[in-house]
Design a protein around this ligand. Sequence first.
Ligand code: URA
Length: 207
Amino acid sequence: PDSRGAEPPDTTDLDRLRSAASGCRGCPLYQDATQTVFGEGDAGAQVLVVGEQPGDKEDLAGEPFVGPAGKLLDRAFEEAGFDRRSLYVTNAVKHFKFKREGKRRIHQKPGRTEVVACRPWLLAELRAVRPELVLLLGATAAQSLLGPKFRLTAHRGEPVEAPADVADLVPSALATVHPSAVLRAPDRDDAYAAFVADLRAAAKLLG
Ligand code: URA
């Protein structure tokens, strides 16, 4: 890893940011991942959605949330009444972190160092989109913007205030579980219903 290309260019043009992010070497994850998976959606989106990191499918496709978690997310957004076009979807970390087990690539949770290294790209996306609401999916996304002390279990589904350093970019925020956690939950139906309820609470925060 080195610092070449690790700093986002000073622009709010999403295409320029995406192209710059494709060469980022700000942490070691670029070495094994297929590609940078930058955010996707309209620059005028009302809601910026932050996941953890691309998974296996996203790493290959180069697009966020196209795998099983993404399918669940799409369904939940629709059920909660969100228009796809009102969303810009991205991740806290933009390279897939995994370990190999035979032919399989097993997801590994990104560490604080990787989250911090990737954060300038997330902030650049926030500057470009200027969303009304930031929806944080899972503890990694939440802690990237709200700080490492933020406890998702204590505050899921409620409006949360962003710390002063990002307050101008995060006018309102709500954190909920990651859709992968819904897929893994012992009672998936209950977990899904609670997830949709959180998304409905998020929709209510929009003007
Ligand atoms: N999980 C995430 O957090 N992001 C993706 O893009 C896909 C799965």
